[in-house]
Ligand binder design. Structure first.
Ligand code: CA
Length: 408
């Protein structure tokens, strides 16, 4: 094992955490790998900048933020530093930094069409990424596999996964604050200092002291509000649907119009043909390559659906939406068909639900509260606010998306 600290702590300026502090050589070097640098070219919130123009932040900034929250957990949570070996601390820090390394551009829409999950790609990139694997091996031959085990929840030390991904974890703690900051909405704000101060360890799991419960309630509400205000914003969803339809169209026409795709979006060929997707193919994907393809597809005349959808995307001519109703879908089908729209690409139903908190998750996933008598209780047993929202029916939103038709 070869864990090396930098001679001097390095810092990155960060609008959310002020500073991101780097102590280990492996973390500093991971930042410079091409795989990690690629995250600079992928928006954290996909197309949400079409609604909230400030939401230009990247997966790179979120990833270093999750690293920093994890570093603070290790250094500030009482007993955690002693509870973990130095090697386990490095495993947690690397897992935090790399947990989203497999994300692609417009992940949600792209993954739905190609069936390639970013979780699978994260593991592939950590195990085989040309820059990353070598650096991890220099620390320990086990490090890559240990980092993957933390990310996919198979590591025997569950507290490590709990730190990176549970219902109160470094990932969510960073993205709520970061997404709120960059979108300019105030809902994501909560008291991270208080939460960090009130974390304790009980039975090798993270728990929150009762005196920190109000901060945790606020965090749960912040997440709930961010979902409806930002992540599930209907205009963002309309944009997602258009992206999905473009990718779907590219896939659908590939066998018959291979030349068109090769000419305008050669890098997408492995994803829409039957060929194997290599790591190199995947790492080539970023927002810039996608946007460039949409620009080219917007200029050609061989496939008018791809041309139209690409131009709509580039020029923010987004589908409209209405609340879905029983008769509505068939009415819209008729209306769009009369106007010669192909409903496979111009009409979509989309339903969403959001559970603010899931009390029945397995151990390590629930939020546990440490009571003053030393007992530990699950959050919704103690908090009447959380109990009320966890017990009520999940909010559901069902919408229909289609182009504005009055222009035609
Ligand atoms: Ca994340």
């Amino acid at each position: 094992m070869n864990i090396r600290k930098l001679d001097e702590q390095k810092v990155l300026r960060d609008p959310v955490h002020e500073y991101v502090r780097i102590e280990y050589e492996v973390i500093w070097k991971l930042l410079d790998t091409p795989e990690f640098q690629r995250l600079r070219r992928i928006h954290q919130l996909g197309a949400a900048y079409m609604v909230y123009h400030g939401a230009e932040h990247s997966r790179f900034s979120h990833s270093v933020g999750v690293y920093e929250v994890t570093r603070r957990m290790i250094n500030e949570i009482k007993e955690l530093k002693e509870h973990l070996s130095e090697y386990e601390q490095v495993v947690a820090l690397c897992a935090a930094l790399l947990h989203d390394i497999g994300h692609g551009p417009f992940s949600h829409a792209f993954e739905s069409v190609t069936q390639i999950s970013h979780e699978t790609m994260t593991i592939r990139i950590i195990m085989n990424g040309p820059g990353i694997r070598k650096l991890l091996d220099e620390v320990s031959p086990d490090l890559a596999a240990d980092v993957c085990a933390v990310i996919d929840h198979t590591h025997p030390r569950t507290i490590l996964s709990q730190m990176i991904s549970s219902q109160i974890d470094a990932d969510r703690m960073d993205y709520l604050l970061r997404d709120a900051y960059f979108t300019g909405v105030s809902y994501g704000a909560y008291d991270i200092e208080r939460i960090l101060r009130t974390f304790r360890i009980e039975d090798s799991q993270l728990v929150i002291k009762y005196s920190g419960m109000n901060a945790v309630e606020d965090y749960i509400m912040a997440r709930y509000q961010m979902y409806w205000q930002v992540y599930y914003h209907p205009t963002s969803r309309a944009y997602e649907i258009m992206l999905f339809n473009i990718f779907k169209r590219i896939k659908d026409v590939y066998s018959e119009k291979a030349q068109l795709i090769q000419k305008n979006a050669l890098f997408l060929v492995p994803f829409v043909s039957q060929s194997e997707v290599s790591l190199e193919d995947y790492l080539f994907l970023d927002d810039n390559s996608m946007i460039h393809a949409f620009k080219k597809l917007g200029l050609q005349e061989e496939d008018l659906i791809l041309k139209d959808l690409s131009n709509r995307l580039l020029n923010r001519d987004i589908f409209k939406f209405v609340d879905n109703g029983s008769e509505l879908y068939s009415e819209k089908v008729k209306e769009l068909r009369e106007l010669n729209y192909d409903i496979d690409y111009y009409l979509a139903e989309d339903s969403l639900t959001q559970e603010p908190y899931l009390p029945y998750r397995t151990k390590g996933q629930q939020i546990m509260i440490l009571m003053s008598d030393g007992s530990v209780k699950e959050l919704s047993e103690v908090s009447s606010i959380v109990s009320a929202i966890a017990g009520s029916q999940a909010r559901r939103d069902s919408k229909l998306f289609f182009p504005k038709t009055e222009e035609l």
